[in-house]
Design a binder for this molecule. Structure first.
Ligand SMILES: [Zn+2]
Ligand SMILES: [Zn+2]
Length: 388
């Protein structure tokens, strides 16, 4: 029976010694293994994982490796469990933890910074200077679950209390897995200045972050919010989430359309979520002079950028990594107030045992899949559940 020294547990939530966990072998190969249930240290809790969403970054990690970094290198064949967009129930408390109680439902942020470097002290823990230093003799306490430490495609995981976000009973497991995605969009808008009420915003790329970026920008009072993309079905969801205008860039020039929709002037902010090779050059032509561009996605190749356009027009360009400055808490506040319905991007649920099928749905966008969720319990083992 699971009873590590100094760790508080409850008979209401019995914990086994071993759990099921998906382990990454060669690129693209996952196998279901047994692993010991991890033990929370000081300032950590054990979370029973109730649901985990698949992210495009998980696919990058599983098939290619980066941005995961396990013991300073590629994540393959290192007994590594990926998965980072999860939620669950607190079932054990590490030494000294009284901020959360056993039985509490939480969703998680990915990055627990070291807490001692310059950037962590500034709240930029996703840009921790001790990123990945959590093994061997260089344990700085940094964790990025599913990137530098074991993640959520399993039954239990340890989380620093700084990465926990309490959620209300009314929020479903599936919706809770989307908080960190909305938090990433929120972080982008925070870095652009945060006060976007009455300001004009373009979101490029209707992936999960882009779609929730529309929702967050609208909830923050931006006007108008314009979404650009290539797929009409995704643009339609963007409209439901609050976009005032949508532009299909296959049928219309994106820059010209944005300028036309905003009275001939460019917009104040662009949140670039497409990663398209020419996206930066288009974004700097979509903003007005002095405008700001946030880059939340990136192309795989180096790409030429018109620097002169940026300088001549005093344009600010920001790169963001993940969900810093507690933006996830602000996103959760919007979601628990039902300011937008993030579940519009949740399309499929599978049991944890069917992770490879779930990954295939996410990767090949089978049945127009957007966010695919796997659950360790409460889902029939033979039938997938398509969201309504
Ligand atoms: Zn993600
Ligand atoms: Zn740090």
């Amino acid at each position: 029976m699971y009873a590590p020294a100094g760790v508080k547990t409850s008979t209401d939530y019995p914990i086994p010694d071993a759990m099921k966990a998906w382990v990454l072998g060669d690129p693209g190969q996952l196998s279901l293994r047994e692993k010991p249930v991890p033990v929370p240290k000081k300032a950590e809790v054990l979370v029973r994982i109730d649901a985990v969403a698949i992210c495009a970054t998980d696919l990058e990690i599983i098939y290619h490796g980066p941005p995961a970094s396990i013991r300073g290198g590629l994540p393959h064949n290192k007994n590594f469990t990926p998965g980072h967009e999860y939620m669950g129930t607190v079932v054990a408390l590490g030494p000294g933890v009284d901020e959360y109680r056993i039985g509490q439902r939480v969703t998680v942020e990915i990055h627990a910074g070291c807490g001692q470097c310059k950037r962590c002290r500034e709240g930029m823990y996703t840009a921790c200077h001790n990123y990945g230093l959590n093994y061997g003799e260089v344990d700085k306490g940094h964790r990025a679950n599913g990137f530098t430490t074991d993640g959520g495609f399993c039954e239990y995981q340890v989380n620093n209390i700084n990465t926990l976000v309490a959620i209300p009973d009314a929020m479903s497991d599936e919706e809770a897995t989307l908080v960190v995605t909305a938090g990433t969009a929120m972080y982008g808008l925070t870095e652009l200045g945060g006060l976007v009420a009455g300001e004009s915003v373009v979101v490029t790329g209707p992936g999960p972050i882009g779609l929730l970026g529309v929702a967050v920008a609208k909830a923050l009072g931006a006007q108008p919010v314009i979404l650009t993309g290539t797929r009409d079905n995704r643009l339609a969801i963007g409209r439901e989430l609050g976009a005032d205008h949508v532009v299909n860039v296959r049928s219309e020039d994106a820059v010209a359309a944005v300028r036309r929709l905003n009275g001939g002037k460019g917009v104040d902010y662009v949140v670039e979520c497409s990663g398209a090779p020419n996206a930066v050059n288009e974004a700097i032509r979509m903003v007005n002079r002095g405008g700001k561009v946030c880059l939340a996605a990136f192309p795989h190749q180096e790409t030429p950028v018109d620097i002169a356009e940026i300088v001549r027009n005093n344009i600010y360009v920001y790169g963001i990594r993940g969900e810093g400055k507690s933006a996830t808490h602000r996103a959760e506040a919007f979601m628990s107030q039902k300011r937008f319905d993030a579940t519009k991007i949740h399309t499929h649920t599978f049991p944890l045992e069917d992770l490879p099928t779930a990954i295939r749905y996410a990767k090949d966008r089978i049945e127009d899949a957007i966010k695919v969720v796997v659950k360790a319990r409460g889902v029939s083992a033979v039938h997938k559940v398509a969201a309504e």
